[in-house]
Ligand binder design. Sequence first.
Ligand code: PLP
Length: 416
Amino acid sequence: MNTIDQESAVLNDLAKIRSAFPILHQQVNGKPLIYFDNAASNQKPISVIQALEHYYKHDHSNIHRGLHTLAERATVAYEESRKAAASFINATESDEIIFTKGTTEGINLIASTFGRKFLVPGDEILITTMEHHSNIVPWQMLCEEKGLELKVLPLLDNGEANWSQLNSMLSDRTKIVSIVHASNSLGTINPIKEIGEKAHKVGAIMVVDGAQAAAHLDIDVQHLNCDFYAFSSHKMYGPTGVGILYGKRKWLEAMPPYQGGGEMIKEVSFDQTTYSDIPHKFEAGTPNIADVVAFKTAIEFIDRIGKKAIIKHENLLLDYASKALTRIDGFRIIGTAPEKVGVISFVLEGIHHFDLGIMLDAKGIAVRTGHHCTQPLMECYGIEGTVRVSFAIYNTIEEIDILVKSLESIVNRLRS
Ligand code: PLP
């Protein structure tokens, strides 16, 4: 199929895509499920579910150490996933891919290894106000331990970072710039390549939190020229418990191991231990083999549809929903940057976001409510939380119409 055919396949054949997701075809609280909580975790196509089942039924064994056939099969399948992940983000080589538990562990790994080894008291780490707690707390812990300073780039009202302040906040003390590619609370897409260029000019490394970007944007780490890129399988139609950390070879080789144990060593004696080459140096112990293996099937699912078609469909949903929802009395979107992924965070005047979440759930509509692990961002907007609607490839315009009608009826009932 060429790209144009692929695009029409998504836009004209959503029913076929939806039929690949068993979980979507159920009633919740007596209504057909509408799943708009994709930024938290999206649903899994049958191919991924079957890949997990197939692995456990036919191929399971521990990896890398066995000589028997199942050990070989499991090892090959695990390493094939590494290759697929490398190709998905256009990494130069699969050795630059480390499997972790998720984005959170990826960032903690960088803080614990790169951060501990290379940063000295007085050094600075730069983030923005829109970061997820996973891209704040590991740096705070490192700062506390090593006497570093965490600098935070402020935002404009529309939810873009105030990039005009970037130059003045960077200096030769800045050693790490760590920025979210797409914000989970605002949807804002950040100009990673440009920020990275500036970070590199002062000698800092560029770390990217790609949790919300991997399933929704084209990712090319060579083009971005970032030093690290962390993301999570469960936000890209894959299993939970699998994270992917890309790191440039030169850094991964220079960094000390993250955890000690089996699998990450060349030789152990009581006098001295030598470590495996990358990527195994960073994968101590038995990893989450089955989920890593099935993650490759999630990548294949995304690749079959194509990022171009995914972006087009999700942009259509975002535009349609942003306009339709704005017609509701007292509705306000938090985050209106010109470049966004399919995330709409909103508040409705006079109605608590938790109440809205519960009332929407009663109508079969799953949304997320609260601070979305971005408490400093909420504080910056002077709010406690929002309702967040986030899209995936299987969402439809009809679902948005039902959401809008449901919100209107809730508003009318509560305000009458
Ligand atoms: N960063 C962002 C922007 C996220 O949205 C999330 C999860 O919601 C994370 C990091 C953490 O991802 P995980 O919980 O998969 O480690």
